[in-house]
Ligand binder design. Structure first.
Ligand code: FAD
Length: 331
């Protein structure tokens, strides 16, 4: 990678974590000393209307990082890994719109929609599908405190969502396959669901990190970090967001705690200071929409408490936070 300055500061992934880190670095790093480079497979999440980089300090490159070469002993620069989870999003820019249109058609034509996974994403998707299509759906599993779990189940059930708990899909087929079999967990009593479409949300697959050594990733594909958010054996490489090996719910909201640690430590590291700022975790809280009309929230403070439909509508459901994210991205 070439640039005007001697050292490169590279951010891999321009999602919620990467673009915010890039924004802060552009204000804090001296352009004469550092080339700030953000790499992301798609260009359009980065605003064309409002510059992402302060004073033009920074550059976005469209591409997918396939490996990282570590050169121990050679000083200079830093890398921040922020490639998140894989979910259902396409890697290449050109594939995104055809993918979205194809899935809208599939939802429109489906008699039944089966969502595997009753976490926040599955529940929100169920609420949105019920807003748009009069179909019967089934959710498997649920998360968080019992008040939130029961409250969400009641709300979605009242709108015709069916749940199948304690079921398991052994072999998850390709997305879009019609008809799947479930195995009733432990009892080995399977069911066949016909005329269904399957949507799968996947864990992260940062294969490009394996070039940094066997101990860079844990068994589930998450990047192992120290509390300073540095990789175990690579002090110049930092990671944040959904890819990190930290026992917490993967959420955008966690970035409020991740970003200050990474920004402070990278800036210090570039100036020869050993990073000391530590990530010690963040409170668990969540706001789950139930279509556009409502939802529920959970705050894991003071023993944990829930918030109801009006609060969820006010803060999130009325436009699914689209206006806030458009503003953050400068659209
Ligand atoms: C449907 C849905 C709803 C959600 N709702 C909420 C919510 O309401 N509240 C909340 O707090 N959180 C929510 N989340 C979680 C939130 O989106 C994630 O926690 C957040 O996006 C994590 O940010 P990130 O930057 O780590 O990863 P991402 O935002 O996933 O960004 C990763 C970026 O890296 C890029 N990338 C991947 N691999 C490479 C590579 N090899 N080279 C270059 N670039 C690469 C990707 O294309 C992407 O742009 C939701 C998630 C989903 C899927």
């Amino acid at each position: 990678m070439t640039g005007k300055a001697e050292q490169n500061v590279v951010i891999v992934g321009g999602g919620f974590a990467g673009f915010q880190v890039a924004k802060q670095f552009s204000k804090k790093l001296d352009a004469k000393r550092y080339n700030l480079i953000l790499i992301n497979p798609r260009s359009y999440a980065i605003s064309l209307l409002q510059p992402l980089y302060a004073n033009g300090n920074g550059e976005t490159k469209v591409g997918v990082v396939t490996s990282i070469e570590a050169r121990p002993g050679i000083p200079g620069g830093a890398v921040v890994l922020a490639t998140g989870g894989t979910y259902i999003i396409c890697k290449n820019e050109d594939d995104v719109l055809p993918f979205v249109h194809a899935w809208r058609q599939k939802f429109a034509k489906a008699n039944h929609v089966v969502i595997v996974g009753g976490g926040a994403v599955g529940i929100e998707l169920a609420g949105e599908v019920k807003d748009l299509y009069p179909v019967v759906m089934m959710l498997i599993n649920a998360t968080y405190g019992s008040s939130l779990r029961k409250g969400l189940e009641k709300r979605l059930h009242a709108r015709g969502v069916q749940f199948m708990f304690n079921e398991y899909i052994d072999n998850i087929p390709e997305a879009g396959v019609v008809g799947i079999s479930t195995q009733q967990w432990k009892a080995h009593f399977g069911r066949r669901l016909s005329g269904t479409y399957l949507l799968v949300a996947a864990a992260p697959t940062p294969d490009y990190v394996t070039s940094l050594g066997e101990d860079a990733l844990n068994g589930h594909g998450f990047v192992k970090i120290k509390p300073t958010m540095q990789l175990l054996n690579h002090p110049s490489i930092f990671a944040l967001g959904d890819i990190i090996d930290w026992t917490e719910q993967k959420q955008n909201a966690k970035l409020m705690w991740h970003i200050p640690v990474v920004v402070t430590n990278v800036v210090g590291f570039l100036n020869g200071i050993t990073p000391t700022k530590k990530y010690t975790g963040a409170p668990e809280m969540i706001l789950i929409s139930n279509g556009r009309q409502g939802g529920m929230g959970y705050v894991g403070l003071f023993g944990g408490f829930t918030l109801g439909d009006w609060f969820a509508w006010l803060v999130k459901s009325r436009d699914f936070l689209a206006s806030r994210f458009r503003k953050d991205l400068g659209y």
